[in-house]
Design a protein around this ligand. Structure first.
Ligand SMILES: *Cc1c(COP(=O)(O)O)cnc(C)c1O
Ligand code: SF4
Length: 328
């Protein structure tokens, strides 16, 4: 194991998992917030580097709001459920979600470096879907047998939490399937744990003869620290296309200025805005919802202020639809 590998794994292990320690670190009075303590199903998890981007003493910090368990999560909103986007119906083989033509999504691991409170997979039965070594062969066979699959999306959880050996092995297996032209990684790790972007990882990725696309997940310009910028630069230097997807979240990024700044900052790091998702209606996330009219108005303001290539597509994922539905 090389030292850089040790260091990202150590950083991951040193993240906050205890609400009181996090509040203390951020100089917050626990009684300033309606904290949700002792919630075991989807506990607090956040790397220190991401916490360093938060403002101390601000209970409404937009990054804090994304990761802090609060009592609002216990409210049952009408129409919210455990599998709002119909992923369970689209499981084609172990760990393979085949929903859209030509593309499959592979749940490479159920683990994430950060637990985002708004996540639509927060209630997802990862244990059954994650790719154990025995099941990997079934997943690979499925992809190999379907010659119309030209793109494999490594997702999760977060695929960059696989260690280099596992990820390298997976990429090697996929490289042997000739009809797969592109490998896409959906990851929040370069944002919340940029130390994971090691030379060794990048060598595994750039050794592939398939094109590599990485879709980051950042929701706010404050997340894009100098370490994140350095990680993006290293990724781009290997010829990997970088895109970003965000989720539109109430009291996090639901104003035009924040969204425009995010787009501009992403582009300064060589990242193009791809999607702005409306919240998926997963149980426990209703307090993050932004209504359609507000979302459309925000998009309209972005279109006024930004060049077209910096305006993400505003989309909603709908169970059973053939693609992510554009709003407008
Ligand atoms: C979002 C998603 C994709 C990729 O869709 P694009 O529009 O190509 O980005 C593929 N499969 C699943 C299950 C998805 O949720
Ligand atoms: S990193 Fe992605 S998959 Fe993991 S909790 Fe956050 S949004 Fe969900």
């Amino acid at each position: 194991m090389n030292t850089s590998t040790t260091s990202w794994q150590q950083l991951l292990a040193e993240g906050f998992t205890d609400i009181e320690s996090l509040c203390q670190h951020l100089q917050l009075e626990p009684n300033q917030l309606p904290l949700l303590v002792g919630f075991k199903d989807f506990p607090l998890r956040v790397p220190r580097g991401f916490v360093d981007c938060m403002e101390k003493g601000n209970p409404n910090d937009p990054l804090l709001r994304q990761i802090l368990p609060i009592q609002d999560e216990l409210v049952n909103y009408l129409g919210y459920n455990a599998d709002p986007v119909g992923d369970l119906n689209a499981v084609a083989a172990a760990g393979v979600i085949h929903k859209y033509q030509g593309r499959v999504l592979l749940i490479a691991t159920g683990a994430c470096a950060v637990h985002c409170r708004y996540c639509f997979r927060r209630n997802f039965p990862y244990g059954e879907q994650q790719l154990s070594s025995q099941k990997l062969q079934q997943a690979i066979s499925y992809i190999a047998e379907h010659s119309d699959i030209s793109e494999v999306i490594l997702s999760g959880g977060d695929p960059l939490l696989l260690n280099d050996d596992k990820l390298g092995f997976l990429l090697q297996q996929l490289a042997a399937i000739k009809h797969v032209q592109r490998i896409r990684l959906h990851s929040r790790v370069p944002i919340v744990l940029p130390a994971r972007i090691t030379d060794s990882l990048l060598t595994h990725l750039s050794n592939s003869n398939q094109q590599i696309v990485m879709v980051l997940h950042s929701n706010h310009g404050n997340e894009l620290s100098p370490s994140v910028a350095a990680a993006c630069l290293k990724i781009r230097q290997r010829g990997i296309t970088l895109l970003n997807q965000s989720v539109l979240l109430k009291a996090v990024n639901d104003d035009a200025q924040t969204l425009c700044q995010l787009s501009e900052k992403l582009f300064s790091l060589g990242v193009l805005p791809y999607y702005l998702h409306l919240l998926d209606h997963a149980s426990g996330t209703g307090h993050f919802a932004v209504d359609d009219d507000t979302a459309k108005q925000l998009l309209e303001q972005m279109q006024r202020q930004l060049p077209g290539y910096l305006v993400p597509k505003l989309v909603r994922e709908q169970a059973g639809a053939a693609y992510k539905l554009p709003i407008n």
